[in-house]
Design a protein around this ligand. Structure first.
Ligand code: NAP
Length: 266
């Protein structure tokens, strides 16, 4: 039996176990997906231990995504983003990937939204914002990053290269954009949107990284404005799909994984 898992602290409410186990069931893979919650200072021992015990793959979440970068061989994209959310132990050395970026691009592809040559606005410059900004820039978007703390947006734009940045007062740029991604946590705990509804329009495709609730205020207002909407469960799904494919080398059973995920989200 193969062992996969998620390492984070806390990991109690993770949706990854049912999503990945649905994939093993669909393809008849003898595997389990387990959650691990090491103490914050024990992450180095946890990664070494997983490697020594023959764990096949781990997902990594808060607060370990940045620290794991230094504990594995990161692929170039994970190194640029500065965070690892997937570790593959099958090679000589543990290899680190950032599949949140693929979660973004595959979500847009699944909804037939082209990215190459498009104007994109990313709201947020935290962990998710970094993955989103690199993913969109690498897909050929002209990226603008708007963040509450404008300096963080500017630093991220520098790291991405060729992107522009500003505070939330630059969200007017959404009026002329093709793509908008919310990578802030706004909308998660209260019925608020980080983007004024007046700037939303029908030619826009909007991805909200927030997946709880699935229908955020931003997505509701975007749909009312006639925009294409993509909820955060798609991004969560496709980061998991990408991790599964990295670990197993097989095409993921996307419908089975999506079904398991949606069954647990309201
Ligand atoms: P993070 O690193 O803590 O970053 C939080 C971001 O939200 C920062 O840009 C912060 O701005 C901004 N923010 C927080 N409160 C705000 C407010 N009241 N007004 C305006 N901006 C505010 O968190 P993260 O890891 O990037 O996660 C952000 C969201 O993405 C969370 O909801 C998370 O669940 C979601 N996420 C989803 C997926 C998925 O697969 N769907 C993957 C990763 C993350 P400042 O820099 O100014 O503080």
């Amino acid at each position: 039996m193969q062992v996969f898992g998620l390492v984070g602290n806390p990991v109690g409410h993770s949706l990854s176990p049912p999503m990945h186990e649905a994939a093993y069931d669909a393809l008849g893979i003898d595997a389990r997906y387990v959650t691990f919650e090491p103490a914050v200072d024990d992450i180095g021992r946890a990664i070494d231990g997983a490697d020594a015990l023959g764990v096949t793959g781990l997902n990594v979440t808060i607060p370990f995504k940045q620290r794991v970068l230094d504990l594995v061989d990161p692929d170039p994209l994970a190194a640029r983003i500065g965070a690892v959310n997937t570790v593959d132990f099958t090679g000589e050395r543990p290899r680190g990937y950032n599949t949140d970026a693929a979660g973004v691009t595959r979500s847009f592809a699944h909804h037939d939204v082209p990215l190459d040559g498009r104007d994109a606005v990313v709201v947020g410059a935290g962990g998710a914002g970094r993955a989103v900004a690199f993913a969109l820039a690498d897909s050929g978007c002209d990226v603008h990053i708007a963040n509450r703390t404008a300096e963080k947006a500017a630093e991220l734009a520098d790291a991405v290269g060729g992107a522009s940045a500003g505070g939330l007062d630059t969200l007017d740029r959404v009026r002329d954009a093709d793509v908008l991604v919310n990578a802030t946590s706004v909308g998660m705990e209260s019925d608020e949107s980080p983007v004024p509804r007046e700037v939303l329009h029908p030619a826009l495709a909007v991805l909200d990284a927030v997946y709880s609730p699935v229908e955020t205020r931003l997505l509701r207002e975007a749909a009312e404005a006639g925009a294409t909407t993509i909820d955060g469960a798609w991004m969560l799904l496709f980061q998991g799909v990408e991790a599964f494919e990295r670990w197993t080398g097989e095409d993921a059973p996307v419908d089975a994984m999506n079904g398991a995920l949606r069954a647990r989200l309201s």
